[in-house]
Each structure stands twice: as C-alpha cells, then as structure tokens.
Design a protein around this ligand. Structure first.
Ligand SMILES: Cc1ncc(COP(=O)(O)O)c(C=O)c1O
Length: 382
C-alpha cells in the first residue's frame, strides 16, 4: 500500500530520542522543548512560541487567552476538521458556522462581512449577534490544506468589529501569505504536530504569534497556571504541555521543514499536471495571495456518487486514497448550531474530494503509480 500521509522519520529523530532517554529528560521539561519553541519562533516569524500537547489544545488555550468567554459566538468555517469547532466548545463558546470560498476552500470572508452587517450590531466596542443577543468575540479562519483566506481582509473585518483573530494553522506550517510568514498574520496561530501533518511530534501543537504578552499568557495557562517556584496557582489552568520526547521528534522534523514543504509542493504539481486534462474532475485550489504549504493533494470528482467507489477501488489496488472533511454543520454535535444563510459551497464540495498519497517520503515512482492507477480506476468507475 502507498499510504496517504505517513511521517518521514529519516533524520535525527532516533538520535534525539536516545538523548532524551540517556539524559532521563523524557517529560515536559527539557532541552528539546526549548529548542522546538526557539526553532518554531524563527521559522514562522514569531516573537515566541509555546509547545502544547495537541493542535486542539493549542486552539483552546489561544481562545481563552484572546478573551473568548462561555456563551460567545466564534466565527468558524464549517468545512474544517471537527477539532476547530470542538476547541471553541471546550472554551464554552459556540461556533457560528460559515461557508467557504471555492478558490481557497477557506472561510468566505465576503459572506462573513455581509452577515456581520446584517445580523450584528456594536455596543460600546463589543459586537453582538442581534437574534441571540450573544457576544461575537473572535474570527477563526482555518488554513485548509495549507491555503489561507485573504488575511488582509480578515484583519480589516476584525478591526471593524473588534474581534480577535485566531488562525487554525493546524496544517499550514511552511505556508506564507503575500510573503508574510505564519505568525505575522493573526493575533495567535495554532499549529498541529499530529502524525499526518507535514511536521510531526507524534502528537502535539504550537501556538505562535508576535505578541509576547499573549504568548506568555498561553504558556501560563497551558502549564497549569503555576506561579513558580512553589506550588502556587493563580487560576484554573491546564496541563497542555508537550513532552521532551515528542519535542525531540519535532526538532528533528523542523530541521527539514524547507525540504518537506518543497516536496509537498512538488507532489501537488505532479498531481495537478497529471489530472488537469482529465474529464470529470478538477484539482485542488491555491489562491493567488498565498504560497500554500500543500499539506494534502488530490482530486475533486464532478460526481459525488463516484467518490466512495473510486476510493474503495484505489484502496483495493494499493493506493491509500481517502475522502476528506465532512462539514461541521453536518456533524451530530453541531447540527443545531447558528450558521450562515448559505453553506452551498461546503455542501457541494465535501463529498467529491479524494485525497491521494502525499507523504514527504513518497518516491517519484510511487507518484507515477498513484497517477496511473487513479486514471485507470476513473475509467472503470461511473
Ligand atoms: C484544521 C485542523 N484543526 C485542528 C486540528 C487538530 O489538531 P490535533 O489533532 O493536533 O489536535 C487538525 C488536525 O488534526 C486540523 O486538521
């Protein structure tokens, strides 16, 4: 089987893990945690970074730090991995679900602007959703596939409506927006180091940004709000720390960030070139304003009825293809959530997407095999 997206652990991972064991620094304090945070800071244009136990916990701690309170609405795209919405709920807030823009698969900011104007009003610098009376406190774009929405527009909307801007950059490490790096685009950004991401720690996350005061608060909150050196705590905090073992893997991975992103982009180009002339499908989008990290690549079938048969046929022939995110508003916990007046793009897209093998370790020969098998399967299905 050519797998969909597996970690590439052929660098210094083993060496650094052995160092953790040899020095007994296997838990949440250690040289690799510090190194990971320092490396992530310089690689993303941040002023500091905080390592966390997951992308989800990075989002949760960021939401609280940005002042999102229980009962608030947070503006989130429906077309995302469910963890984006879950993190909002973990903060006691409610995801207000929006559609995506077909050219980026990221939140439709025109729709956000329109619906804020139609459904919200400002009182003493605070935005309220008229029908529910709820405060709207944050905009949380998701960098789908390593693409971004127009982050200049996102910033303008947040300035106009006094909203915090938190980027779910779970799968976007290595991406840039108009030449600006990840940490410079939002108040805080959360990265995932899960096993299927471009850079992995096995599991883990990072919060990055350029506001050291906010990042210090994230650090405090994710380390049980402990006031050192004694056992004093000044609020209800969380144990969201990453272990030195996980950080050791991530440090070795980050050493190869440029190489991995170059490979991800080359995989995208190979699939785009191979499939752009094939009838009955389109390829994945990249908006003109961003240099996508191309986390995942694949195809979008015209006919949703063919998705499952194609995925099954590819799997049977050794190609680890997979369907992609089912929108949040179609998921059991979120069916009754407030949503934008139209979610037509998300609804028309999600069940036509097929992701194809895109591990950074995939060989050119394997890519050719994936392409040939996929073309063959497409001819025989439908
Ligand atoms: C868009 C998005 N947000 C959040 C997450 C959550 O990250 P984690 O699995 O590290 O908690 C993921 C991936 O797993 C994701 O793809």
């Amino acid at each position: 089987m050519i797998p969909l997206a597996v970690p590439n652990l052929t660098g210094n991972e083993r060496k650094y893990l052995n160092e953790c064991i040899d020095t007994t620094f296997v838990s949440s304090v250690g040289e690799f945690v510090n190194r990971l945070e320092a490396d992530a800071t310089s690689l993303t244009g941040a002023t500091s970074a905080v390592a966390t136990s997951a992308g989800t916990t990075a989002l949760h701690a960021s939401l609280i730090t940005l002042g999102v309170r229980p009962g608030d609405y947070v503006i989130v795209p429906s077309f995302t991995f469910i963890a984006s919405a879950n993190a909002v709920c973990h903060a006691g807030a409610i995801p207000w679900l929006f559609d995506i823009d077909p050219t980026s698969w990221c939140i439709d900011l025109d729709q956000v602007e329109l619906e804020l104007e139609e459904n919200c009003h400002m009182l003493n610098g605070v935005t309220f959703h008229r029908a529910s009376g709820r405060r709207v406190s944050a905009l949380m774009p998701v960098y789908t596939l390593g693409n971004m929405p127009n982050m200049d527009a996102a910033r303008r909307i947040c300035d106009t409506w006094n909203l915090s801007l938190l980027a779910d950059a779970a799968c976007a490490i290595g991406a840039t927006f108009r030449g600006r790096r990840l940490a410079e685009l939002a108040d805080l950004s959360a990265i995932s180091l899960n096993g299927n991401k471009t850079i992995t720690a096995g599991g883990g996350g990072l919060v990055i940004g350029t506001n050291d005061k906010l990042l210090a608060e994230v650090r405090h909150l994710t380390t049980t709000a402990r006031v050192w050196p004694d056992y004093d705590f000044d609020r209800v905090g969380y144990n969201y720390r990453l272990t030195n073992l996980q950080a050791a893997v991530a440090v070795a991975q980050l050493e190869r960030l440029d190489e991995f992103v170059v490979r991800k982009r080359a995989i995208r180009v190979a699939y785009d070139n191979a499939f752009q002339e094939v009838e009955g499908l389109t390829t994945f989008p990249v908006p003109e304003w961003c240099e996508s990290s191309c986390w995942f690549s694949g195809i979008v079938l015209d006919d949703a009825n063919e998705t499952q048969p194609v995925v099954e046929a590819l799997n049977a022939r050794g190609v680890g293809a997979k369907s992609f995110w089912k929108p949040v508003h179609l998921q059991a916990p979120y069916i009754a959530n407030e949503r934008s007046s139209s979610l037509a793009v998300s609804e028309g897209l999600w069940d036509r997407v097929i992701t194809l093998p895109c591990s950074t370790g995939i060989t050119d020969k394997e890519i050719e095999e994936v392409i040939a098998t996929t073309k063959d399967v497409l001819m025989n299905v439908g």
